[in-house]
Design a protein around this ligand. Structure first.
Ligand code: UDP
Length: 250
């Protein structure tokens, strides 16, 4: 297995970003336990394989702060973003129970204070849980409004010294256009951080990509709905699109 040099262990460590869309079938909202259970069993499989895993939980299946931007909204935008952060905590609670029902220990950590339901996110504690083989679920994003959990995922991948940041999506990777709407869309096997930024490819927030680029943190975008993909991705197989310092033509 690959050396996780900075973490000082020989175990592979990943940070996995799961969007809220993983929590319900396409075009639905909220929490559908069949979807959560499917994700949980894939996660438990990865943990059983010995890969250390921290999950940054999204909340878009419940709400996204930006949806309250309308001029007639009496909810301030910052408030809406805090509501979004709480949505990630609701998802985190559901995912925690679903994973633990399979016998895999977890810890739910949050950047938004919620002492009765989750531990506060403390980097060194998260590190310790990972070393003990617990799946760490991180809710609350960065704890700051006006960004999304993509930025939080990049941040945690760096501070927890992950080997790679995995972004689970409903498509096979990064395309030149939306493959659902445009059958001509070109699939990219790999891309450089610069290509993602300059071509405005919708992979992650610009801020998240910039953070990964600055510290050469590789990102892999892959389809979590394909059976077995999460385990393959976690173990270092190249499925989907890899974003790194290397350009697509190299
Ligand atoms: N959010 C935030 N700060 C963060 C992370 C999330 O304000 O650091 C809010 C933001 O409004 C976001 C919502 O929480 O839209 C839900 O997160 P996200 O949109 O990333 O969820 P996903 O699309 O991954 O399901």
């Amino acid at each position: 297995m690959e050396e996780n040099s900075a973490a000082g262990t020989s175990r592979r460590r990943i940070v996995l970003k799961i969007s809220g869309e993983g929590f319900c079938p396409a075009h639905e909202r909220g929490i559908v336990m069949d979807s959560v259970n499917r994700l949980a069993s894939q996660i438990a499989e990865v943990a059983a394989s010995g890969v250390e895993m921290a999950i940054v939980m999204g909340g878009g299946n419940i709400l996204r702060g930006a949806a309250f931007k309308a001029a007639n909204s009496s909810i301030q935008e910052a408030t809406a973003h805090y509501m979004g952060m709480l949505a990630t905590l609701i998802n985190g609670l559901a995912l925690q129970d679903a994973i633990e029902a399979l016998g895999q220990p977890t810890r739910l950590m949050t950047t938004v204070k919620a002492d009765t339901v989750a531990e506060p996110y403390i980097r060194r504690r998260a590190d310790h849980h990972l070393e003990k083989g617990r799946v760490v679920i991180i809710a609350g994003g960065t704890g700051l409004p006006f960004v999304t959990t993509d930025t939080a995922a990049a941040q945690r991948a760096l501070e927890l010294r992950a080997d790679i940041l995995l972004k689970a999506t409903k498509v096979d990777g990064v395309y030149s256009d939306d493959p659902v709407k445009n059958p001509e869309a070109v699939f990219y096997d790999h891309l450089s951080y610069d290509e993602v930024s300059h071509q405005h490819l919708k992979v992650m927030d610009q801020e998240a990509i910039a953070k990964c680029a600055e510290h050469s943190m590789p990102v892999m975008v892959f389809n979590f709905r394909t059976e077995g993909n999460l385990l393959r991705a976690a173990q270092g197989e190249h499925i989907g699109t890899i974003i790194s310092d290397r350009a697509s033509a190299e």
